[in-house]
Design a binder for this molecule. Sequence first.
Ligand code: PLP
Length: 397
Amino acid sequence: MDSKRKSRFLKQLAPTNDAPYLIDVAKAEGIYIWDQDGKRYMDMIAGVAVNNVGHRHPKVTRAIKEQLDKYMHVMVYGEYVQDAALQLAENLASILPDHLSCTYMVNSGTEANEGAIKLAKRITGRKEIIAYKGAYHGATHGSLSVSHNEIKKSAFRPLLPGIKFLTFNSREELSAITEKTAAVIIEPIQGDAGVRIPNHDFMKALRNRCDQTGTQLIFDEVQTGMGRTGKNFAFEHFNVAPDILTLGKALGGGMPVGAFISSHKNMQLLTHNPMLGHITTFGGNPVIAAAANATVELIKSEKWVEEAESKGLALEKQLIQSPEINEIRRAGLMFAIEMADFDRVKKVVDCCLEKGLIGFWFLSCPNSFRLSPPLSITMEQIKEAGKTIIEAIKETA
Ligand code: PLP
């Protein structure tokens, strides 16, 4: 990238770290991103589990264009009847259990979790929240409070009081959930902890304990939702449904979105004591809702979700042949590839980038790198990706 452009970027746009990727993006389509010099990258991250239907899927861009020709923002969330949001809510309800029938649209994953936590407090009249070690739920104060990584939290205290962290997958610790617990918030498969998959027994016991104590069970599927793990929603692997579900990332098909979903009876509580219990200006934005609706349609009509497991397994089998890979944790097309340490991971990810393949880190799992390609990736592209990663491992050994 030319150095003037680089310094403009670094000066004008607030940074989040000392070593950003700095791909100078010109165009993206399907599973590829091109930079300004015409270099093509295979996007094996999909904007961190966002572009499940690929970049700029024609059905998503068409829905956006059609909506643009009618109207954009007309009013804050919840006041006017707007087709795109209505269709999206109905479409989501059609792929969810009956009690998850009522959708509140917000603008990001962290906001979805903020809304879910508020709703749980309002439903139960309780204050205490239980979250899980390793969890990541977002960067705003409430979601950060229920996220576990202390390094990311300590500079921003005080955070929400009354939060307890339990060991992920521990049945023994479930007794800490009591009649005082408003909500348990959990990722049914932990993402930023490095793809941690719990036992079926644990998930069943968690559901039972929440039922016994009248606690709201919140599943954060911001990362695992919309087919990423080989089911529409990760909770389907365990046959256990939440009281409140949160979504984000892939739901928008490349547009910024979040949603929390519960029963109509629960959601009704946000209309009184206090009235306007949760509000947002842009939630339900018609252009974004149109994109999300087209995305849900694609998830329903294409075979990508059912194929995610076989594609994921094919890549796993290819990669595990490397003696340098210690472990692969995977659900569908959501991968953590574990190596000796962060130095080794960094060399491999950097080399992949040079070779035109994008991988990425985890916030809380330094010895692993993540892969979460578009679900629309083909078997041929999977093979090519596996070959490139293996080459990068060998060349940096
Ligand atoms: N929850 C989970 C499980 C996530 O992985 C993320 C983001 O990575 C979030 C919440 C926060 O979403 P957002 O970055 O859209 O606020």
